[in-house]
Design a protein around this ligand. Structure first.
Ligand code: ZN
Length: 353
């Protein structure tokens, strides 16, 4: 019988089409998120999109980008690492081929899915998976090691969960010493013009070892898949939670953060609503205007699953994005609730699984 072990994660990036600004959509909401977690002794794992970081670095150096966004990101990551938070790797490869006119970014959406990149790309070596993981790991280790000597970059989550076909991605991860992946959202699948993932047949385990396939258990696999926690949600609950968001007036984005996600850019409110109501399972999110009630719904489901798990901790990965984090009060109440229920549930991190 295990306890549910909450792992709070956030994908650290601006919007996928290059909209949004680093101060309002990343730095400020991330700081609020981290301080609330610290109040209760919990830590945050940041999955840092280094592809946009490289673009910010390059365009600040060229003089076209007026603010040192890469410098601000670097300072925040070092500060958070010193405070005990965890910094790990995330890629949005559309940033590997961009143009910037001093105001707007034009990104190459053909590169949206990392699973479609080659293991080695002879024409564009920087887009080859082997080089990409080596460079991503090096970037984060160069940022964090000066403030935390023992730091290792060894955990990955794919941008837009779009890692499939994953064989070469996993090969590049193994080649570069990655031993944990946290991309899978158990039981979910999705496809649109850009994003593709299919985890419908993922194992029903708390976590599993993988080799060439995210959805298959491989006894001798070198990588541990620690999935994002998902659970079924009946329509009545979905309607209730949507109503609560509205009733409590929880904002969808932090104040001052202006941008749109590529996936929802062209969709009307009704289309979005229909999509939300038709999903059978949901990811455990603590951002996205999620209310205290909805977070406790997920946590209780995790506690229930933990009861039939033979190890000490049942990893329960929750996800968020600073760019859609404006429910501070809800998170605070939730963490307070977790602290009161510490017989069944506790805070943990990937390194303890
Ligand atoms: Zn992302």
């Amino acid at each position: 019988m295990a306890k549910a072990g909450l792992i709070f994660t956030t994908d650290y990036e601006i919007f996928g089409n290059g909209s949004g600004c680093v101060e309002k959509c990343m730095i400020e909401p991330t700081e609020r998120m981290a301080s609330i977690l610290e109040k209760y002794g919990a830590t945050l794992t940041l999955f840092v999109d280094v592809c946009e970081y490289w673009a910010f670095e390059q365009e600040f150096a060229s003089g076209k980008l007026k603010k040192d966004w890469a410098g601000q990101i670097k300072a925040q990551l070092q500060d958070l690492a010193k405070r005990g938070h965890h910094i790990q790797l995330h890629f949005h490869p559309q940033w590997l081929d961009y143009s910037f006119d001093g105001k707007n970014w034009t990104l190459n959406y053909d590169l949206w899915r990392i699973g479609k990149l080659k293991y080695e790309d002879l024409e564009f070596p920087a887009k080859g998976l082997k080089n990409l993981f080596a460079k991503g790991k090096k970037t984060l280790e160069e940022i964090i090691t000066p403030v935390k000597e023992s730091y290792k970059c060894h955990i990955f989550r794919a941008g837009a969960w779009s890692m499939q076909p994953e064989k070469d991605v996993l090969k590049a991860m193994k080649e570069n010493g990655f031993d944990i992946d946290s991309t899978v959202a158990s039981g979910l699948s999705f496809q649109d013009e850009f994003t593709f993932y299919d985890f419908k047949n993922s194992p029903n385990d708390a976590y599993w070892k993988i080799d060439e396939d995210l959805n298959s258990i491989s006894m001798n696999g070198k990588i541990k898949e620690i999935p994002i926690f998902t659970t079924e949600m009946p329509l009545s609950k979905k309607v209730k939670f949507l109503g609560l968001k509205k009733k409590k007036g929880i904002a969808m984005k932090p104040q001052g953060c202006v941008g749109t996600s590529l996936a929802t850019a062209g969709k009307g409110r009704l289309a979005k609503l229909t999509e939300v109501l038709s999903e059978k399972r949901k990811m455990f999110t603590f951002g996205d205007a999620t209310s205290f009630e909805e977070m406790t719904y997920f946590a209780k489901r995790a506690v229930k699953r933990a009861k039939s798990f033979e190890k000490d901790i049942f990893p329960t990965v929750a996800i968020s994005h600073p760019k859609t984090f404006a429910n501070e009060r809800e998170l605070d109440s939730f963490l307070e609730w977790v602290s009161r229920n510490n017989k069944d549930i506790e805070f943990t991190n990937y390194n303890r699984i």
